[in-house]
Ligand binder design. Structure first.
Ligand SMILES: [Zn+2]
Length: 397
């Protein structure tokens, strides 16, 4: 490679002329004549040549424009014609791959389309098009990856018009595997049917939703269904707060009390605990339920138990559920009973959809930064670009 070619970063160029004004204009031509691309025979004849203008990387704050002399070759062997192709510049494109990548990375890093259209002298629509192109290119590489072994399924809100979406998370690698519009079996059917490697999913972590449970049974036949700790604890708290509402609507509105009620018992200071007990002493039934709730939450926080220890815990847990079944928390007791197996399975694992919740926050931020998405596919690409892979493209093709 010549010195000039080395600076420009495109091999096989011979620089003819450089003009530096507002921008950098470089005239160049191929420094060698390749063999025929069809039959590999050397000694091509140049039939004609034409000029091609391509935007290339910025040098300092100036756009570099390449004016390339492109020979049209004629092969004496196979009698075919073809045009010279340059490494890093695709046929018919008006910018080099390096230039497009530069724009993609800047836009991905938060530089606006408007700003980029000024610095890189392209239209905002072009910025968007290049961005989409790179993301979907990266996605199509990702499409070949198989289903994660430990899959987290959770719903999140998309838009008022289109409703909810389902998140599929790779809980082992802490990545979003995919997002799909809808949270019912019919709306996810098409996607799930065509998903590859479903049989290698070993664990599916989910909230206590019947829909997701039947989806998991149907589409991930080899997976153990595991209840999601985060959601179960939240459900228990919701049921408890509802019963509290019935017992003392006024106290239920007290923010300080709500915070004390929700917290784990061991996180309360002695004084806070005393205050809470003082309040509860006026409501004996509620007090009993509070104690039961605390015991229940402790059960939900069990993790990495061996099979035999999980088995040993079961009778006490069942006794507690039966006790609740005869109390105002009977609806909760019924739910927990029907989810007994996934809850016991949860005791043996550490994975939870906690990280998915974290991603949901991030996705909401992304959506806000884009002033909301209307097109789900655009949203999906953006989510996967930010939560599904590292955002760096190493190779320029
Ligand atoms: Zn040939």
């Amino acid at each position: 490679m010549s010195h000039a070619g080395r600076i420009i970063g495109i091999p096989g160029l011979e620089i003819e002329r450089v003009v530096r004004t507002q921008s950098i204009e470089v005239w160049a031509k191929p420094s060698f004549r390749p063999p025929c691309k069809h039959c590999q025979v050397p000694g091509l004849r140049i039939k004609a040549s034409y000029w091609r203008t391509v935007k290339h990387t910025r040098q300092g704050n100036q756009v570099l424009t390449l004016h390339l002399r492109v020979p049209k070759y004629h092969c004496r062997g196979c009698r075919r014609y073809f045009r010279h192709s340059f490494t890093g510049i695709r046929p018919r494109y008006r910018a080099s791959e390096a230039y497009r990548l530069e724009v993609f990375e800047a836009h991905d890093g938060g530089v606006t389309q408007r700003k980029l259209s000024l610095t890189h002298r392209i239209s905002p629509a072009t910025v968007e098009r290049w961005y989409q192109h790179h993301v979907s290119q990266k996605r199509s590489e990702g499409d070949r990856r198989a289903c994660p072994r430990v899959l987290g399924i959770d719903e999140h809100f998309f838009t008022r018009k289109k409703g909810y979406a389902t998140t599929f998370a790779d809980l082992r690698n802490h990545k979003i595997f995919d997002v799909q519009l809808g949270r019912s079996e019919p709306s996810l059917r098409r996607y799930l049917r065509h998903l590859e490697g479903k049989e290698r999913v070993q664990v599916v972590v989910m909230d206590l939703s019947e829909t997701y449970r039947s989806i998991a049974r149907r589409y991930f036949p080899n997976a153990t269904i595991v209840a999601d700790r985060f959601h179960v604890v939240r459900l228990i708290n919701q049921h408890f707060l509802k019963v509290w509402q019935q017992h003392d609507p006024e106290g239920r509105k007290n923010r300080g009390l709500i915070s004390l009620m929700r917290r784990h018992q061991w996180r309360l200071s002695d004084e806070q605990h005393a205050n809470l007990m003082n309040y509860l002493s006026a409501y004996p039934v509620l007090q009993k339920l509070y104690v039961a709730k605390q015991r229940l939450v402790r059960f939900m926080l069990l993790k990495t138990l061996t099979r035999s220890r999980a088995k040993a815990k079961l009778p006490a847990f069942m006794a507690l559920i039966n006790q609740l079944a005869a109390s105002p928390l009977k609806a909760l007791a019924a739910t927990l009973k029907s989810w007994l197996q996934p809850i016991v399975a949860m005791w043996r694992f550490t994975k939870s959809n906690g990280i998915t919740e974290g991603f949901h926050n991030k996705m909401e931020m992304m959506s806000r930064r884009a002033y909301g998405f209307r097109n789900f596919e655009n949203y999906r690409l953006r989510v996967l670009a930010h939560c599904g892979w590292d955002g760096i493209i190493n190779r320029v093709r």
